[in-house]
Ligand binder design. Structure first.
Ligand SMILES: Nc1nc2c(ncn2[C@@H]2O[C@H](COP(=O)(O)OP(=O)(O)OP(=O)(O)O)[C@@H](O)[C@H]2O)c(=O)[nH]1
Ligand SMILES: [Mg+2]
Length: 327
């Protein structure tokens, strides 16, 4: 039996150390590790285990960590095994907030049925995306029932989370007035469920109004084929008071069961596979551009362009031809 096959077997049998080992392997950028990681994820995918993948996005301070702590504990209370992954590149997230998360997710991090993995220390989104996909595959094979993929709703990381998950949740805080909190249209269009958090105490009234505002806005915004009637649903929750958690889980299951029955669930995963195939090709080509021989050639041509000896288009064509010849 190969080393990788052995690791895969251990993961499938629920070995926690093998899980961590595998994650370290897929996060490595060493070429031989990359090969092993590919072999490993292929074996694990063939195991056929699936989890419910939930993407969760929200701007800093809306209560993502607090919600994941409450909701994750609610799910483990239902005897489900929960993995939480973060997808933000280190440039977006400060070390401080990971430290903060440790205390905010204190209960969940001590829960034997939960597994929390902070974002890999990669600075570019392409790398983070690939690692996260691999970690999702590992967690599914390890028998987790729910995998939550958390991202700060800034930059492009929410697109990654949405393209990895079966269901995308946007977490909002109550807002005064009827302005829609500057929520980008793109992110609204991705959301399957909108949770208005902090619906407690003094903020409860504002939270209810925010729910109404978003319900109205969503009705005007769209209807996608993969939307069951009544979705995207807007639900008030309180992560602190642990309210609205069962409503949230019920809504998630209602939508997912319908999508499974209608074939949207599998179609969505197929579309995502194709999306990531294209992304990986692009990332591979970009990686080639970062290699030393190509960098040197580009620098030379850039000088010619700056000196006015070549037009940008001419220089680009010459570089692309040379890269093809170099192989
Ligand atoms: N009243 C109230 N406050 C909440 C609730 N959930 C979170 N908070 C508070 O909101 C603040 C931010 O919560 P976090 O969970 O750290 O928010 P976050 O989205 O993870 O923030 P970042 O990690 O910085 O992106 C904290 O002070 C929480 O106590 C809630 O349901 N009700
Ligand atoms: Mg947080």
């Amino acid at each position: 039996m190969t080393k990788v096959q052995e690791l895969a077997d251990k993961i499938i049998s629920g070995d926690r150390r093998a899980l961590s080992q595998a994650i370290t392997l897929v996060e490595s950028s060493r070429q031989d590790h990359r090969e092993e990681a590919l072999e490993l994820t292929a074996i694990l995918t063939a195991s056929g285990r699936q989890a419910t993948r939930i993407g969760l996005s929200g701007t800093p301070g809306v209560g993502k960590s607090t919600f994941i702590e409450s909701f994750g504990s609610y799910l483990t209370g239902l005897n489900l095994r929960v993995a939480v992954l973060a997808v933000d590149p280190s440039s977006v997230r400060t070390g401080g907030s990971i430290l903060g998360d440790k205390t905010r997710m204190d209960r969940l991090s001590r829960d034997p049925n939960a597994f929390i993995r902070p974002s890999p220390s990669q600075s570019h989104l392409g790398g983070v995306a690939r690692h996260t996909r691999d970690v999702v595959t590992i967690c599914e094979a390890a028998g987790f029932d729910v995998v939550m993929i958390e991202t700060v709703g800034v930059g492009q990381s929410e697109t990654i989370a949405a393209q990895i998950s079966d269901l995308f949740v946007l977490l909002l805080a109550p807002a005064g007035g009827d302005e829609l909190q500057g929520v980008k249209r793109g992110i609204m269009e991705m959301a399957d469920i909108i949770l208005v958090n902090k619906a407690d105490g003094d903020l409860k009234h504002a939270a209810m109004r925010t729910c109404a505002d978003f319900s109205g806005a969503l009705r005007l915004l769209r209807h996608r084929p993969q939307d069951l009637d009544g979705f995207p649903k807007v639900i008030p929750v309180s992560a602190v008071q642990e309210m609205g958690l069962s409503d949230t889980w019920e809504a998630m299951n209602e939508l997912l069961n319908w999508r499974k029955a209608e074939g949207h669930f599998d179609a969505n995963r197929s579309r995502q596979a194709s999306f990531w195939f294209e992304e990986d090709v692009k990332q591979g080509v970009l990686a080639r551009l970062r290699e030393k021989d190509v960098q040197e050639m580009m620098t030379k041509f850039a000088m010619e362009v700056e000196a006015g000896n070549l037009l940008p288009g001419q220089a680009a064509r010459a570089v692309i031809r040379r890269i093809e010849e170099l192989k």
